[in-house]
Design a binder for this molecule. Structure first.
Ligand SMILES: [Zn+2]
Length: 274
């Protein structure tokens, strides 16, 4: 009986400790963990209780689209006065090497982008996910497994909800922006997302950076040729070798700036078009 009581007390103490640590990791985006395989465990063992995290809080931890766009599919946004604003989107990360490289380029140019994340990639690279959020970019849901196949309602729900939970547990972000893998709108994912008031975010122009043969200059040309006010640009930071997109990104930014464009995130562009 005593042994049982002791076990119970010990269990409660551990649970309390983990709850506290989880809360801390959700509000503090800059916890630097050397071992990302088990973040909470690492924090539990490595973080002294009186050592406040130096990391600053991101500007917003919630990306909720305006009512007008909830449950809708958006390709581009009609902007008042045709103001030259454009949203860069980066899919399939967070990814080793190429995502941090793109973060540096975005930071050097004062550009905020929107990242559409895959659950399996977040599991692989949680520290990069935290860095993206800490640097003020917008985050969106791109399913857990990046499947294209037809899905029943339970699978579609799981693909989206599991990713939403992982995004929240990893970064503290709640996002109601969704992009279906491959842009497939009829395999069960988009209809589930819309039923939950997500905005299904497609694109008005693509860099075509998944073309295995094209040179990076072609990605630049594609984006600059099709740029339009309220446009949403499709690119990739993960899901494969994206070194050519890293090469293209500074030229895309420079070319759009020369055309008079200002860069906004998807939540910002939706806000402008409501
Ligand atoms: Zn994708």
């Amino acid at each position: 009986m005593c042994e049982f009581k002791y076990q119970k007390v010990r269990f409660m103490a551990i649970a309390l400790c983990i709850a506290c640590i989880t809360a801390c990791s959700n509000t503090s985006q800059t916890a630097k963990l050397s071992n990302q395989t088990s973040q909470n465990q690492a924090l539990a063992t490595n973080t002294p209780p009186n050592n406040p995290s130096p990391i600053s809080k991101p500007q917003s931890l919630t990306f909720a689209p305006p009512t007008k766009f909830q449950g809708k599919t958006v390709y581009q946004v009609k902007i008042p006065n045709n103001e030259k604003v454009i949203a860069l989107t980066l899919d399939d990360g967070p990814w080793k090497e190429t995502t941090p490289q793109m973060l540096d380029i975005l930071k050097q140019n004062g550009v905020k982008a929107t990242f559409f994340w895959v659950g399996t990639a977040i599991q692989e690279n949680p520290e990069i996910a935290k860095q993206v959020v800490a640097e003020g970019h917008a985050i969106a849901n791109h399913t857990f497994h990046h499947w294209y196949k037809q899905m029943d309602a339970a699978t579609a729900k799981s693909e989206i909800e599991r990713t939403a939970d992982l995004i929240y547990k990893t970064t503290g972000v709640k996002t109601n922006l969704f992009r279906p893998p491959g842009g497939y709108l009829n395999n069960g994912l988009a209809s589930y997302a819309k039923s939950q008031n997500y905005t299904v975010v497609m694109w008005s122009q693509t860099s075509a950076d998944t073309d295995p043969k094209a040179k990076y200059q072609v990605f630049v040309k594609n984006v600059l040729r099709d740029a339009k006010p309220g446009g949403i640009v499709l690119m990739h930071d993960g899901g494969g070798d994206r070194r050519r997109t890293v090469q293209a990104l500074p030229l895309i930014i420079q070319g759009l700036k020369e055309k008079g464009y200002r860069f906004v995130t998807v939540p910002e562009i939706l806000e402008m078009g409501k």
